[in-house]
Design a binder for this molecule. Structure first.
Ligand SMILES: [Zn+2]
Length: 274
């Protein structure tokens, strides 16, 4: 068991939850396990997106794309007056829903471990790399690297971010969203917080430790704070109320597909510059 924290370097970790260690100095929480690239591919088989973690990932495409469009507008605004499309890499591109939006403004590539998700995105015309990020060779290739709700799934995030720094051109940007284990809501829930589920969630950051991660990798952190999320009534109600008269009436009106914003403050976004 490695008790040295990869964020602050101190060896003061203690067992916090079955399978999870917490740094007694900076509060970073990580899973006390290791798996290979091939083992990770098995974890993120089709059942992860359809049954295990998500009920039906693609049934929520319209709502997910609504949220991705907001991120995309924010990111393209970082390149004012740019004629050629900035080169973008998305780590953990899943079924390519962000790429569907980003391709309008960016020369976009996805990095995805799941066979099913990668095949789906390729069928929709996207460039998908199916490899370990740490094995990618070309330095200073991208103008921006983004990652949505993926960092918490990655072992050795400190190595990942050093590699992202290397892959970016000088002045390039990195935007990541992840879960915040020190947010008031996560603290209130304690060990029952909905985001605590190793082995799929293995790295648990806060604004403080995520900022430290990026600075350790060489980045300047421009902003870090909670981000809004969106759900449909379908996603919230369908498993329980699908057969109720009220649900059927609301469904006929189309209201069950309206994106409903919510913000528990426990998902954060960070923008950094090389
Ligand atoms: Zn620490």
């Amino acid at each position: 068991m490695e008790t040295r924290c990869s964020i602050c370097g101190q060896a003061r970790a203690f067992a916090w939850h079955p399978g999870l260690l917490k740094c007694g100095n900076c509060g970073y929480v990580w899973a006390d396990l290791d798996f290979s690239f091939d083992q990770a591919r098995e974890i993120y088989a089709k059942s992860y997106f359809f049954g295990d973690e998500y009920i039906d990932y693609l049934a929520e495409s319209d709502i997910l794309k609504f949220a991705f469009r907001k991120f995309e507008r924010k990111l393209i605004a970082l390149f004012p007056g740019r004629v050629e499309k900035p080169r973008l890499l998305e780590i953990g591109s899943a079924y390519g829903l962000f790429l569907d939006i980003a391709k309008e403004d960016f020369d976009a590539t996805g990095l995805e471990i799941s066979d099913d998700a990668a095949a789906f995105a390729r069928k929709n015309g996207h460039k998908i790399i199916q490899a370990d990020l740490l094995s990618l060779g070309t330095a200073e290739e991208y103008d921006i690297v983004v990652s949505f709700a993926t960092l918490e799934h990655l072992l050795h995030p400190e190595e990942i971010m050093r590699q992202v720094y290397r892959l970016l051109k000088p002045g390039g940007y990195c935007y990541v969203t992840t879960i915040d284990i020190e947010s008031p809501f996560a603290r209130l829930c304690g060990r029952k917080w909905r985001m605590i589920h190793p082995p799929t969630h293995v790295s648990y950051f806060s604004s403080r430790t995520l900022t430290a991660l990026m600075k350790n990798a060489g980045f300047s952190v421009l902003e870090c704070g909670p981000v809004w999320q969106y759900r449909s009534l379908d996603a919230a109600l369908l498993p329980k109320y699908e057969n109720s008269i009220l649900y059927k009436a609301v469904n006929r009106s189309g209201l069950t597909r309206v994106p409903i914003p919510f913000n528990f403050g426990d998902i954060i976004g960070l923008l950094a510059k090389k």
